[in-house]
Design a protein around this ligand. Structure first.
Ligand code: ADP
Length: 191
């Protein structure tokens, strides 16, 4: 199973990604989590990425693409994966298509979580307090929403045109949202 989860910052992608990954026994690969782990370990990748993350900007495609390429080559991702936070730009969509085609597989589905704008800003500010994420100040959150709307939201149409888009209402209880996603995904034929 090769899946993507998309949606605006704060829509609950990371939370749902974990449940989906467990359900299908595939790794959930979050570019945001990998970047944050590198930042906290002070690796060269982390030092590079932090400059962008602190501003709410995307890390350059070359950096992100290479990181994802390496990660999905890991043995645990050979039979499938769920990508959370990738692709976010047209160049990343093209790169991912290349990576998957190279292995002779295809993308099975793209789950998009839809969310109310005001609600998600509140969620993100709460998360900032709980997790102490440095990229979760109000200005940075606002910038992340803008960048998402400009660069990533339009990409959803690409997957809609391919007929693999699954839109799920991301509002309500976490378990309700999970249920909606499973209902939509369980009918899929496996590739
Ligand atoms: P969000 O909470 O906005 O969904 P993530 O936790 O997924 O954010 O990612 C945090 C930050 O990491 C992003 O604002 C961005 O700087 C960087 N990042 C994550 N994924 C990508 C990507 N695919 N391309 C470029 N930058 C990325």
């Amino acid at each position: 199973m090769r899946l993507l989860i998309m949606g605006p910052p704060g829509a609950g992608k990371g939370t749902q990604a974990k449940f989906i990954a467990e359900h299908f026994k595939i790794p959930a690969i979050s570019t945001g989590d990998i970047f944050r782990a590198n930042v906290s370990q002070g690796t060269p990748l982390g030092i590079e990425a932090k400059r962008y993350m602190d501003q709410g900007e995307y890390v350059p495609d070359e950096v992100t693409n290479l990181m994802v390429r390496n990660r999905i080559d890991d043995p645990d991702a050979v039979s499938g994966f769920l990508l959370d936070g990738y692709p976010r730009t047209q160049a990343q969509v093209d790169e991912l298509d290349g990576m998957i085609a190279f292995t002779g597989h295809r993308l099975d589905a793209v789950v998009v979580l839809t969310a109310d704008r005001d609600e998600i800003v509140t969620r993100l500010l709460q998360r900032a307090e709980v997790e102490g994420r440095a990229d979760d100040t109000e200005d940075v959150i606002r910038r992340r929403q803008e960048v998402y709307a400009e660069e990533t939201e339009p990409l959803i149409e690409i997957y809609r045109d391919r007929g693999i888009l699954i839109e799920v209402d991301g509002m309500g209880e976490v378990s309700e949202v999970t249920q909606r996603i499973f209902e939509a995904l369980d009918g899929l034929p496996e590739s």
